[in-house]
Ligand binder design. Sequence first.
Ligand code: NAP
Length: 334
Amino acid sequence: MTETKKFKAMIVSEKKDKFIRRIGERSIGDLPEGEVLINVKYSSLNYKDALSASGNKGVTRSYPHTPGIDAAGIVEESVNSDFKKGDEVIVTGFELGSNIPGGFGQYIRVPADWIVKLPAGLSLKEAMAYGTAGFTAGLSLAKLEEKGLTTEGGDILVTGATGGVGSLSVAVLNKAGYPVTASTGKIEREDFLKNIGAKKIIPRKEVDDTSNRALLPARWGGAIDSVGGNILTTVIKSTKLNCSVAACGLTQSPNITTTVYPFILRGVSLLGIDSAHCPMDIRRRIWNKLAAEWKPDNLNIIYSECSLYDLSEKIDLILKGQLTGRVVVNLDTE
Ligand SMILES: NC(=O)c1ccc[n+]([C@@H]2O[C@H](COP(=O)([O-])OP(=O)(O)OC[C@H]3O[C@@H](n4cnc5c(N)ncnc54)[C@H](OP(=O)(O)O)[C@@H]3O)[C@@H](O)[C@H]2O)c1
């Protein structure tokens, strides 16, 4: 393909300490060197994208930049024999959308070892309904199961339950047969949480303990936490004997304060989740499960779709913690 071919993308630029988003044109030649050129059909919105789109230099070092840590599309050109023109593929994480142009543009060019072939059982759109959020939910469940999580071990807590990682954690855990308790700051979204599979719904403050006690009554047979801070601290103190907590986010705070008591008196395990650099063999295994036995029957109610032109307002909403579920970005924009 000619390097001068133009395509549409969100471009975030820095002007006098302000970050401005616009939909503009880029050329294939603007993309970094890479083995595989992909025509992006769908992307999705994650909290990290909103940070990149608003000038967070911890996520994106230099601007102008096109965010989008997720992309699903069709291979247009490949110099790697594992991929050929026409293959349907998924790319999530690595440096995509953080420090190289991402899925909020109609083309990306990436190394072949970042790419997963779309598994049977998923459409490109469904792959992006999951995106990094769903992949993180799946990776969390896989790690919890490796540590011995069973469907008989009691209630599994999901915090930040209406968010991207949260809602897909609820739905995937439920599909896998686990009894899920959803903690949320949006108690008015109870119906949504019930519909995606939460058996119990509790207000966020119930898992935000301020008593300073080293241990709290043991409640959870496991947990997926995407908010960090005092909520994660509380969850660790409330986890049952020899059970585990998957820590994957920081929307409340990156800081936790804990004693060693939950670890040495209850054998609690704190499992770190890093979806961006997950090795390819595990990555493929998780995507295959998300396409089959973990795929919620009603994945369609967890996401809404928007165009590149409507994306900026969704970015503002996710930054305020006001989005429910996932936003899939349709790149088929004139
Ligand atoms: N480790 C990884 O590989 C990985 C991958 C993906 C995401 N993440 C991280 O996971 C987190 C969630 O990402 P996301 O894309 O799911 O974001 P999201 O869609 O914005 O969801 C975050 C949810 O957290 C809750 N929340 C918001 N502000 C809060 C506060 N001040 N205190 C407590 N809860 C609050 C809200 O849910 P409720 O209103 O229902 O409580 C919100 O919907 C982010 O920190 C992101 O960076 C990490």
